[in-house]
Design a protein around this ligand. Structure first.
Ligand code: GTP
Ligand code: ZN
Length: 360
């Protein structure tokens, strides 16, 4: 007998024009990776649920025949799979993640904040206007790669540009391994063009600056206007901040989509391997430098500088790589290290004022 679990799914999944034969857990993003971490007995005692929303004092979890609020779990975030202990929810086990996006909190202790877990594909969104910036795309791509998430570049507002080819060429030049999709985020295009990544069992997220069309894209996938979007301001071509909740939505195709505010403040933290993956050619040269700690500035035997001279590395690309590496090192350092780095880089802000007697 097949039970109808649809009433336990988020509203946007209930309408479903999709293949309803997909098991509810699969439609929530359950994959063999998670199943392998548990056993039939354990699953029977503690059913798997996915955190679809984080409230201040509760987690909204959904599973097969389950849709409820449970008390917060330390070290759990939206997208996590949890084996729910119904007697003692606090002891529920968070399953090992396939991927995790995190950031350093602002402030002095700069703790790691978990942003979202178990995302398969990150759509890195930029628009065909002033927002377009190769360095920014690379930064998001490095973050995605580092988090073990497949990046896909999406260029929105294709309807508003007369020169799409320029931007497309630049975006495609970033990496042979990354697909670039151009579209109008409004209407049916996103569903058609993003279908390849939005299959049952998959979880996708949109990253990018404010106003590039993330909410519009999410709405296009969800199939209705659940998320508020705001008209773009004409003066600076930047949308105002409109997204207020971080939430996982089910979409009719059976895939989950995460809507993520705050991604704008995402810093490059501990993303060194992601940067290396994106700039693998430069990394390979850097590995051949004579000195392990080569800064690729003036050192003898620097393979990066030699490659630059031969024209094997593009100057602008090398500059962007250096900047990302420096940003990553700075963000990943703890406070004491940061102070030291501040000094090293001569960035420590010194008050040049001479103390006036009697003033202190
Ligand atoms: N013409 C056109 N307008 C678009 C397109 N994509 C988004 N817009 C408009 O751009 C504005 C901003 O879009 P949003 O979807 O709110 O942008 P966002 O990235 O979610 O912004 P935040 O929520 O601030 O992060 C809205 O008025 C959208 O209708 C597009 O492809 N073409
Ligand atoms: Zn070097």
């Amino acid at each position: 007998m097949t039970r109808d679990y649809s009433k336990f799914l988020p509203p946007e999944m209930r309408r479903g024009h999709s293949d309803q034969n997909d098991p509810p857990l699969k439609r929530l993003g359950w994959q063999p990776y998670f199943a392998q971490q548990t056993s039939v007995d354990e699953l029977a005692d503690t059913p798997p649920v996915r955190i679809v929303e984080v409230h201040r004092n509760a987690l909204h979890v959904i599973g097969d025949d389950i849709d409820e609020l449970i008390p917060p779990l330390s070290d759990a975030t939206v997208g996590d799979w949890v084996l729910l202990n119904r007697e003692q929810a606090q002891t529920s086990r968070v399953l090992e993640r396939k991927s995790i996006i995190q950031r350093r909190a602002p402030g002095s202790d700069r703790q790691i904040q978990l942003i979202a877990a178990n995302i398969d594909t990150a759509f890195i969104v930029s628009s065909f206007n002033q927002d377009f910036n190769v360095a920014r795309l690379e930064r998001y791509i490095a973050l995605a790669l580092d988090a073990d998430i497949t990046p896909v570049i999406i260029l929105t507002k294709a309807d508003l540009t007369d020169t799409p080819q320029d931007y497309l060429d630049q975006a495609r030049a970033i990496s042979d391994l990354i697909t670039v999709v151009a579209l109008d985020a409004r209407g049916d295009e996103p569903r058609e063009k993003l279908a390849e990544w939005c299959k049952p069992g998959q979880t996708v997220a949109f990253l990018g600056s404010s106003g590039v069309g993330k909410s519009t894209l999410t709405n296009a996938l969800i199939g209705n206007q659940l998320i508020e979007t705001q008209a773009i301001r004409e003066d600076d071509a930047k949308g105002r901040h409109t997204t207020s909740t971080r939430q996982l939505h089910g979409i009719p195709e059976g895939c989950m989509v995460l809507d993520t505010p705050g991604m704008r403040e995402l810093q490059l933290t501990d993303a060194i391997s992601g940067i290396g993956d994106l700039f693998s050619d430069i990394r390979d040269f850097a590995n051949q430098c004579r000195f392990r700690d080569c800064q690729h500035e003036t050192e003898p035997g620097c393979a990066v500088l030699s490659a630059l001279e031969r024209g094997d590395i593009d100057t602008a690309r090398l500059k962007r790589w250096r900047k990302l590496i420096a940003e990553e090192a700075f963000n990943s350092a703890n406070l004491a290290q940061r102070r030291k780095k501040d000094k090293e880089f001569g960035k420590m802000i010194r008050l040049n004022k001479t103390k006036k007697p009697g003033k202190y």
